[in-house]
Write a new protein. Structure first.
Ligand SMILES: [Mg+2]
Length: 207
């Protein structure tokens, strides 16, 4: 029996929800607050995201940004407002439904809890554990320590874990480097050796 680990954003769930939150709703609130047009607000907000950078834990946290920009709403309210944007990929649903019959499935995501819980709400019963690196481990990016720590918690060796995700470095190269059987999902370009559709995982896994 192996543990099969899935990235969330871009792998199980569409990025539309997350993108709407950061690139549409936040700039909209910023524009309202400071009396700017959307384009200008968007530029300022994006610049702030980039200046802080995704190596900083705060970059991932809606609460941090709402305070930083002094916005008049709460992230929770905005999340509620756009929750209809959450969409599980049909091929992901088929894959986890099939694999869950014989395997232990988990989620390993960078997304903060607020997003992750809502994002996989409809499919959470398929998974025995759902990890948010940023909220649970206070770590940005899925570094080797993250994968080691998960193996430790589940009392399995890296060789007993399969991981799949849509980030070449953090979902493929890094887990491979510690002995995890990892697969790169490339929905858009279908680069060589990558999975183009999550259902391909079923035939690629070596049991
Ligand atoms: Mg991803």
């Amino acid at each position: 029996m192996k543990v099969i680990s899935f990235d969330a954003d871009g792998t199980l769930i569409d990025l539309d929800f997350v993108n709407t939150f950061w690139d549409l709703e936040v700039p909209k609130l910023y524009a309202e607050k400071y009396g700017l047009d959307f384009e200008e607000a968007f530029r300022i907000v994006r610049k702030s995201y980039d200046e802080l950078g995704d190596e900083d834990l705060r970059w991932y946290q809606p609460d941090y940004w709402f305070k930083h920009f002094k916005l008049d709403e709460t992230p929770q309210k905005i999340i509620e407002k756009i929750r209809h944007k959450v969409k599980v990929f049909p091929d992901a649903l088929e894959t986890i439904d099939y694999l869950s019959r014989k395997h232990d499935l988990i989620v390993v995501s960078n997304a903060p809890r607020e997003f992750l819980d809502l994002g996989i709400k409809d499919i959470e019963h398929y998974f025995s554990r759902i990890y948010s690196c940023t909220s649970d481990f206070r770590m940005v990016r899925k570094k080797p320590e993250v994968y080691h720590r998960i193996c430790q918690e589940l009392s399995v060796k890296p060789e007993q874990v399969i991981h799949v995700g849509d980030h070449y470095k953090f979902d493929y190269e890094i887990p491979r480097s510690i002995g995890i059987e990892a697969y790169f999902l490339d929905r858009e370009n279908g680069s060589k050796g990558a999975l183009r559709d999550l259902r391909e995982l079923i035939n690629r896994i070596k049991f």
